[in-house]
Ligand binder design. Structure first.
Ligand SMILES: *Cc1c(COP(=O)(O)O)cnc(C)c1O
Length: 352
């Protein structure tokens, strides 16, 4: 047999486009429109390239400590990685080894099936209801682990905490991962539940609410046993995942609580305004608690609108997938960017 027979065949995750150039309005990958906290810039200027001669601290201690202060947790309950994608991938590898199918919603973050396939983990995908809500009763069957984003992506729909708890409680023999990439935009974190549930892992990221997608910083929080297990797998693969600037600048970003409240607050305000403006144009929006909107219009196909926006140099996200293919996911930008979007949509719809 040729070596080709033995290549690990995977169908990769497809990230949103990163078009280059200044003249576009980029609302396609849920980046934060505001810069990172001012202390990040200051720390960046004070960085000495001579530091890069040495390996970074493998435990990323100053970052873990800043997160521990922020969330009032002991350091032993925090794991950090290269964006939450790294943390999530590591968690799949660490916790989903029973051979039984893991569960995640049919409409969700499209990286989950990719990791499952890469690691040979069987999975089942219980369907969201007609309003894109997770049905907790679907997560009462036998399983090898559970993962879902809260709020969910790309719908923006938030699952109330009592229902998250219901799922965690009904599955004490599985690890339940709650991917809280968007929790800082008005959801309620399940973090307090880690006190009571040793099977709950919370994963968050600096990419959205802390304006640091380019730095690649993510983290998980849970009881010591889970965090220890993640660390053991990580150190069996690559001890030095996080680079020195990410560790230093990440710590600075976490310390500025006031700036974090201000920018996430602005985004939520713009989002609520966008819901009203877009409904006036005839769009239906889910009740998103994230930094994006999930919208559909009765008179125009999403695919067609996506192309028209693109030609107008406004980038949004379109998913050619069952149940999603008549929706657009639109990141909440600045008020100025959103005005350009509303103007475009208004004149486009008038011309129909
Ligand atoms: C953006 C996102 C992530 C990954 O973000 P990182 O940039 O890797 O931290 C994970 N889960 C969901 C649901 C996301 O939307």
């Amino acid at each position: 047999m040729s070596w080709r027979t033995y290549i690990r065949e995977v169908e990769p995750y497809v990230p949103g486009e990163q078009p280059q150039g200044e003249t576009i309005i980029k609302l396609n990958t849920n980046e934060n429109p505001y810069p990172p906290a001012p202390a990040v810039e200051k720390a960046l200027r004070n960085m000495d390239p001579a530091w890069f001669r040495k390996y970074p601290d493998p435990s990323a201690d100053i970052l873990v400590e800043a997160l521990a202060d922020c969330y009032h947790l002991p350091k032993e309950r925090i794991f950090v990685g290269v964006g939450s994608d790294d943390v999530l991938g590591m968690a799949f590898l660490t916790f989903f080894n029973s051979g039984k199918p893991i569960l995640f919603p049919d409409v969700t973050y499209s990286f989950y099936p990719v990791w499952a396939q890469l690691f040979g983990i069987p999975y089942e995908t219980p369907a969201l209801d007609g309003d894109f809500r997770i049905k907790p009763e679907d997560y009462r069957r036998e399983n090898g682990g559970i993962i879902f984003p809260n709020p969910n992506a790309p719908t923006g729909v938030f699952l109330p905490l009592d229902q998250v708890e219901e799922i965690v409680k009904a599955n004490r023999d599985s690890v339940v991962i709650v991917d809280e990439a968007y929790i800082d935009f008005g959801g309620e974190s399940a973090l307090p539940l880690i006190e009571r549930y040793d099977n709950l892992l919370i994963v968050q990221t600096f990419s959205k609410s802390r304006s640091m997608a380019g730095m690649r910083v993510g983290y998980a929080m849970g009881q010591e046993e889970l965090i220890q297990a993640l660390g053991n797998v990580k150190y069996s693969y690559n001890s030095y995942t996080m680079n020195m600037p990410s560790i230093i600048l990440g710590a600075e970003a976490v310390r500025d609580e006031a700036y974090f409240r201000e920018t996430t607050g602005k985004i939520m305000k713009t989002r609520e305004n966008a819901k009203a403006r877009l409904s006036r144009l005839g769009f239906s929006c889910t009740d998103s608690r994230t930094n994006f909107l999930f919208i559909t219009h009765p008179r125009v196909k999403a695919a067609q609108l996506f192309e028209a926006l693109r030609r107008g140099r406004i980038y949004v996200r379109y998913f050619r997938a069952p149940r999603l293919d008549n929706y657009l996911r639109v990141t909440v930008g600045t008020d100025e960017e959103m005005e350009v979007l509303y103007d475009f949509l208004e004149s486009y719809l008038e011309r129909l």
